[in-house]
Design a protein. Sequence first.
Length: 222
Amino acid sequence: MTDDERAITEDQRQQAKLIWDYHQMNHDVGPTDVAIGLGSHDLGVPAFCAELYRAGLFPTLVFSGGSNPTAPERFPRGEAVHFREHALALGVPADAVLLETGARNTGQNITLSREVLTVAGITPKTVLLVSMPYMERRAYATARKVWPEVDVICASVRLEFDDYLKTIGDEHLVVHQLVGDLQRVIEYPLLGFAIEQDVPKDVHAAYASLIHDGFTSRLLVP
């Protein structure tokens, strides 16, 4: 498929940007007791974790994630292992990093990372969750459900939507992911996986429009 065939229309771009903006929590990022880098297909996560560590925002960093379910070939030894290696190459000391290598979803990222921290003798009061930009809201809603005792701050590398599309190199893939994450924000509270989040009408309309246009590959299977 050519680059032109992978391009989205201007209307789809505008609808996707509405959802992109909604997914980001826009939290003020400050010092926390620990940070958790949530596994994904994006090395921007460990790179941003390294940047924040070097800025002195936290003393301990957990990378969480097993094999990526949608792209296992990208990180064959598991997301957390590859993320740790990337962070160490960027100057994070090995003794500052803990690994959680079994998680297969966001809920497990958080609950299993909590267990790793407990084993290490760390009981944080504040946690920074670092994710891909369009995972911030789902990460927040999940953490508030499964770990309500801590104060949660969500962060991701600060990129404009068009710049993020360029870094990934596949506009269709990003829009499929945006739609899939929004469905989880809507549906997971009903399943007990997350707290409920208000979804504005224009975001709902953009979601319905993109589903109508066929951006459905990341939707939950009934």
